[in-house]
Design a protein around this ligand. Sequence first.
Ligand SMILES: Nc1ncnc2c1ncn2[C@@H]1O[C@H](COP(=O)(O)OP(=O)(O)O)[C@@H](O)[C@H]1O
Ligand SMILES: [Mg+2]
Length: 287
Amino acid sequence: MEKHCGRVLTPATASARSPAARTDAFVAAGVPVVELRDLTLQFGDHRVLDGVSLTVGAGERVVVVGPSGAGKSTILRLLAGLQLPTEGQLLLHGEEQRYLRLDQQHPPDVRLVFQNPALLGSLSVGENVGFLLYRFSGLSESEIRERVDQALEAVGLAGIKNQMPGELSGGMQKRVSFARALIQDPSQPRDRVPLLLFDEPTAGLDPVACTRIEDLIVRTTTMAEASSVVVSHVHSTIERTGERVVLLYDGRFRWQGDLEEYRHTDNPYVVQFRTASLQGPMQPAEG
Ligand SMILES: Nc1ncnc2c1ncn2[C@@H]1O[C@H](COP(=O)(O)OP(=O)(O)O)[C@@H](O)[C@H]1O
Ligand SMILES: [Mg+2]
């Protein structure tokens, strides 16, 4: 169990909890950004995910919690189009995903924050952040610079765009990847809500660094008018970034509810997780 930032804090900002401001036809029609329908993923005999169902609405922040080996990263890999389900359906913006991301000509706007791909070491910070714009947008150099500057300023890193990633601390590199997630992909339809994915974003960080990243998750989701799925077992991260919590254990969702319900439910899985108890239905993964 993560011990570095186990304190409980209030949510990052009240205003950031309101839904994203996109008012397109999809949002108006209530088409969820993510829908998992009775989804199963099996490797050989091992059912890593066993009939999970989940809906994530526009502008919503969902935290997936659960012990190591529960299948949390696997859910993110499915959402990112790096893996396909064995049974059941994954829908993004109402469209069933039948192909891996690499095999799609126009993959959906899903942004894995500070994971895949990592910052490109041979490009400056500004070129990393503006990568999609330089490649696809046809915007002028000065327009791209302006957007890159705005994104870096939003994460508290104004003025570093000419530095190389290797010159930055690990924490600053993480923040650069948040700035990159703020850049709207010009090849994507404007009416689709982006999906931001965060896998254990605060694992191993000291409490102050945790708070900074938690605030950035909320702010980035709001500024990008996105939905997010955060995987974490850090209590402060659940409290500060989650609107809804889903508990995954051994490939199945054992509980879902909003943050307030998460704090008070007597569901035995949640109680064991909240109290970091050895007693309860969840047993540690082997190894
Ligand atoms: N490509 C794969 N092949 C076989 N087993 C896998 C593969 N990917 C994940 N698993 C297994 O799926 C289970 C869940 O993994 P993971 O999603 O990484 O869990 P978590 O992120 O909750 O710790 C683990 O038992 C892991 O060994
Ligand atoms: Mg994981």
